[in-house]
Design a protein around this ligand. Structure first.
Ligand code: PEP
Ligand code: MN
Length: 338
C-alpha cells in the first residue's frame, strides 16, 4: 500500500502514518521527496487492510493499493527516475553508460589489454568475472581471488571502475572490497540470501533478469535489495529463453519501455548474452539505445578466438571502438549522449 502525503506535510504527520503502520506490525519505507513524501506500507497482509486506516490520518493526500507484487521499485513509490552514482558516473542520467570487457578474467595480459581497449574506446566501466556461474561444473569457473587482484590492478592502472559478478552470499564482503559494482547473474536473480546480503552492503548492484523471469518477478527481486536499504540498484535486461533458437536468448526489447513505465530504477541491457554471436551485437546495441535504455553491458575480448568463455559473442577491440562511434549517433537522435 502506498500512502501519499500532502505537499509539505509536517514531520509529525508523516510520523503519525509510520507509527500507525508499526502499531499494526507493518514495515514502512519512506521516500522523502523535496516537497512530497510517500510512505510505502510493506507486509504480506496489507491486502486485507482497509485503505481508510491511513486515509483518515492528518496530512494524508491519498492511499493507493498496489496490486503489483513489487513496491519499492515501482513508479508509484517514486515518480522520479533514480540515478545511481559510480565514482561520479551517473547511471540513469542523460549519459548512456557503456560497461565493457571480457566475460571472464583469464590472465593479467588479457584483462589489462581489455581494460586499455575499452577505456580508449570510451567505456565508463570495465567488466570481467572473477567468479563465474557455469552451467557445467567441468567448465572454467574463473580465477577467483587471483581475478580480484587483477581487478585491483586494472583499477589502479587505468582508473576505470569495475563491475564483476558475485555468485555466493558469503563472498559479498570480499568482492565489494575490490569491485565498484557487483553483478547478480541471471541464474541468481532469485537467490534471496544473496540479494539480502547485497541489500545490506549498499554498494551499486546490477541485477540481471532471470532467464525465464517475468518483469514483475524481476522487479520483486529488486525489492529485496531496496528493502534492506540499498538504493543503488541498476536493472539489466539480458534476454529471455523462448522457443526461438536463432539467437542464444531472445532480447526482450519491449521490457525497456515496460520497465521505464513501471519502475524508477535505471536500466542497462546486455546484448552479448542475448545475441550469442558477435555479428548480431552491434545492431542489437543500437536498438537498445534507441529504445530508451540507460546503458549497455558488452563483452569485449582482446582476442576472442582464444577466449576461455563466450568468445563467439565477444567483440574485438576494433569492432567495439567502431560500435561506440555508431552509438554516438543513435544516442544523439534520442537526446542522450555516450
Ligand atoms: C555474464 O555476464 O557473463 C553472465 C554470466 O551473464 P548472465 O548471468 O546474464 O548469463
Ligand atoms: Mn559471458
Amino acid at each position: 500500500m502506498i500512502v501519499e502525503m500532502r505537499t509539505n506535510a509536517p514531520l509529525e504527520e508523516i510520523d503519525g502514518v509510520v507509527q500507525r503502520a508499526k502499531s499494526l506490525g507493518l514495515e514502512v519505507q519512506l521516500n522523502l521527496g523535496t516537497d512530497k513524501t510517500v510512505v510505502a506500507i510493506l507486509g504480506s497482509n496489507t491486502g486485507q487492510l482497509s485503505t481508510d486506516i491511513f486515509a483518515v490520518l492528518p496530512g494524508v493526500e491519498q492511499v493507493a493499493r498496489i496490486m503489483r507484487p513489487y513496491k519499492l521499485s515501482s513508479r508509484e513509490f517514486k515518480a522520479e527516475d533514480s540515478v545511481v552514482s559510480i565514482n561520479g558516473i551517473e547511471v540513469g542520467g542523460k549519459r548512456i553508460v557503456v560497461m565493457a570487457g571480457p566475460c571472464a578474467i583469464e590472465s593479467e595480459e588479457q584483462f589489462m589489454a581489455a581494460a586499455s581497449a575499452v577505456k580508449a574506446a570510451g567505456a565508463c566501466a570495465l567488466r570481467g568475472g572473477a567468479f563465474k556461474p557455469r552451467t557445467s561444473p567441468f567448465s572454467f569457473q574463473g580465477l577467483e581471488k587471483v581475478g580480484l587482484e587483477l581487478i585491483a590492478q586494472a583499477k589502479k592502472q587505468f582508473g576505470i571502475p569495475v563491475i564483476t559478478e558475485v555468485v555466493d552470499a558469503h563472498d559479498v564482503d570480499l568482492v565489494s572490497q575490490y569491485a565498484d559494482i557487483l553483478q547478480v547473474g541471471a541464474r541468481n536473480m532469485q537467490n534471496f540470501t544473496l540479494l539480502t546480503e547485497l541489500g545490506k552492503c549498499k554498494c551499486p548492484v546490477v541485477l540481471k533478469r532471470g532467464l525465464s523471469a517475468t518483469v514483475a518477478e524481476w522487479l520483486t527481486a529488486a525489492d529485496y535489495l531496496l528493502a534492506e536499504g540499498n538504493n543503488n540498484v541498476i536493472l539489466c535486461e539480458r534476454g529471455i529463453r523462448t522457443f526461438e533458437d536463432s539467437t542464444r536468448f531472445s532480447l526482450d526489447i519491449g521490457s525497456i519501455p515496460v520497465i521505464k513505465r513501471s519502475s524508477h530504477l535505471p536500466l542497462i541491457v546486455d546484448p552479448s548474452h542475448a545475441a550469442g554471436h558477435y555479428v548480431l551485437v552491434p545492431a542489437m546495441a543500437k536498438a537498445i539505445v534507441a529504445a530508451g535504455a540507460d546503458g549497455l553491458l558488452i563483452e569485449v575480448h582482446p582476442n576472442p578466438k582464444e577466449a576461455l568463455v563466450d568468445g563467439l559473442q565477444s567483440l574485438t577491440p576494433s569492432d567495439f571502438a567502431r560500435l561506440m562511434e555508431e552509438l554516438k549517433l543513435v544516442a544523439e537522435a534520442v537526446d542522450r549522449r555516450i
